[in-house]
Design a protein. Structure first.
Length: 286
């Protein structure tokens, strides 16, 4: 049964459906979510079953059908710290040990309605995360509250107009500052790092508080890049060096801030979350 329709405005050039349709439907706010809907045969263009490569030129009607197999019922009750909120978007602090989204019941996405106020805008929708943080990573996570808000935040990410800053604890001697330009999964990946402070460690030799700025958004990018230069992030069980993996304390990677021009108010917005206590225990003067 059709649940949402979208009429495509005139396009300057033909574009593939998987590139065009991100954010046009409530709940389909990422490329992966769109691909899943298409794979489940829920998306049609002018009444015909669509594929990711279906060409979009303008004037087409894109229809999203109901997923009759989708799970319904329970609500995930989880208190989240809200760092910023207006009628269009919000930001929360993502705790460690929690998925942002996916098939799991216990996700940030399933807890947002309990923490984010319903928007009063005419295109209000269920709040949705517009990007990802790894399961063990903490920090600032952006959320869209309206269909236009979700679409605009996605566009800002695509244009690389959202500056993200992370802090990590990296193991071993390393350069004070530099770029890591190493492809991930065959795609360009670029990260900048800068040491803020270093302390001696009996077990690890040297621990560095490192400021990280990803210039691209590949999966596990910062973790893979730091491991590539021989300075894995403390607590990284996936990419750490044998014998130097700290257990029981989690991953020392924190999404400290995001900064961007608000797509509607046009004001500069900077949202940050201070470093976790476990960072401060290592670098006790920060």
């Amino acid at each position: 049964m059709p649940i949402q329709n979208h009429i495509v405005p005139k396009q300057r050039k033909t574009i593939r459906l998987q590139e065009y349709a991100i954010g046009i439907f409530t709940g389909i706010v990422t490329k992966s979510a769109l691909k899943k809907a298409i794979k489940k045969h829920l998306v049609f263009v002018d009444g015909k079953l669509a594929s990711t490569a279906t060409p979009i030129k303008g004037s087409e009607t894109i229809t999203l059908h109901e997923d009759t197999k989708a799970k319904t019922g329970r609500v995930f009750q989880k208190k989240l710290e809200v760092l910023f909120e207006d009628e269009y978007l919000a930001a929360i602090h993502k705790p460690a040990g929690l998925l942002v989204s996916g098939n799991s019941f216990k996700t940030v996405g399933n807890a947002l309605e309990q923490n984010i106020a319903h928007s009063l805008m005419t295109d209000a929708t269920k709040p949705r995360p517009v990007h990802r943080l790894d399961y063990p990573t903490t920090g600032v996570l952006l959320v869209g509250k309206t269909r236009s808000g979700i679409l605009e935040l996605n566009r800002l990410f695509e244009k690389k107009e959202i500056d993200k800053t992370y802090y990590a604890v990296a193991i071993g001697e390393m350069k004070k500052e530099g770029f890591i330009n190493v492809p991930i999964d065959g795609k360009e990946a670029l990260s900048h790092f800068k040491i803020i402070k270093s302390v001696l460690s009996d077990r690890f030799g040297l621990l560095n508080l490192v400021k990280l700025s990803p210039k691209t958004g590949r999966r596990h990018q910062l973790r893979k890049h730091m491991a590539h230069i021989g300075n894995p992030i403390l607590g990284d069980a996936d990419y750490g060096k044998a014998g130097l993996i700290l257990k029981g304390k989690g991953l020392y990677l924190h999404a400290f801030s995001v900064e961007f021009t608000h797509p509607f108010s046009k004001e500069n917005v900077k949202i940050k979350k201070e470093l976790p206590i476990k960072f401060k225990k290592i670098f006790n003067t920060i």
